[in-house]
Design a protein around this ligand. Structure first.
Ligand SMILES: C[S@@+](CC[C@H](N)C(=O)[O-])C[C@H]1O[C@@H](n2cnc3c(N)ncnc32)[C@H](O)[C@@H]1O
Length: 240
């Protein structure tokens, strides 16, 4: 049984209440429809914080699509099932939620996102295919499009793949800030740009053997590594 969240009288708030009252089944095949929605608390957070004109993107679709449409976001959905898109659009039409600003890209994210012109994004929600390595690809191919200060929402951290993604981002303290764990959803803020150029795996706090030691900022570690490399090279030259 899903607990209801308190919502206000704005369009996103009323829309979320209608979703909670009706629990429409957007997902799955026509003969076997299911509800794989984001948690109500995360939906309420989106309904309260996303403003009209925000540029947003999600992998997967469902209640989150409805709420982001009700918020007035300029929203891109990357998700393969056209039947799900049609159910969402129909439900929105019945409930006075415009979908003019929602672009449905009917394909798998791992095929679409590489090379896709995403433009700057204020919010990215990763909630498509949860199998390894798809959530990592979703993150990798959207991370640079997200603006500094933008929001990254990663759902289902209880699943091992997404849990690793959350742990990786949490370790990248100079680049991402864990804003909140809302149930099984992690919300991050992007702190800097670029965020996908580790240059060397040892510089990634999550991958480094120094992991667990007191965290030294990434920039300092890179500087020390470069200086040590230069000293070693100089030493070799002198011995020749
Ligand atoms: C957990 S549901 C998304 C729930 C949604 N965020 C909500 O609040 O209702 C997962 C979605 O991912 C879609 N999906 C499955 N494989 C995908 C892929 N390779 N790329 C993008 N989306 C995918 C499914 O069709 C489904 O719509």
């Amino acid at each position: 049984m899903l607990a209801r969240c308190v919502v206000d009288e704005s369009l996103p708030g009323r829309t979320l209440r209608a979703l909670q009252d009706e629990r429409p089944l957007f997902h799955g095949a026509d003969h076997d429809r299911v509800n794989w929605q984001l948690g109500d608390a995360v939906l309420a957070r989106l309904a309260q914080r996303v403003e009209p004109g925000w540029r947003t993107l999600e992998t997967g679709c469902g209640y989150s699509t409805v709420v982001l449409a009700a918020c007035g976001a300029t929203h891109t959905v990357v998700s393969p099932e056209t039947a799900e898109h049609e159910r969402i659009v129909a439900w929105c039409a019945d409930h006075g939620v415009g979908t003019d600003r929602v672009r449905f890209v009917a394909d798998r994210s791992q095929r679409v996102l590489p090379g896709f012109d995403l433009g700057p994004l204020d919010l990215v929600l990763i909630d498509g295919d949860h199998a390894f390595p798809i959530p990592f690809l979703d993150w990798y191919f959207t991370a640079e499009a997200l603006v500094v200060g933008g929001t990254l929402v990663v759902d289902d951290v209880q699943i091992r793949t997404i849990g690793v993604l959350r742990d990786f981002l949490r370790a990248e303290r100079d680049r991402w800030r864990l804003v909140a764990d809302v149930g099984t959803t992690a919300v991050f803020e992007k702190l800097t740009s670029p965020v996908t150029d580790p240059s060397w795996w040892r510089h990634q706090p999550w991958a480094s053997p120094d992991r667990g030691r007191r965290s030294v900022p990434w920039g300092v570690r890179r500087l020390v590594h470069r200086r040590l490399g230069r000293l070693r090279r100089l030493g070799r030259l002198r011995r020749r």
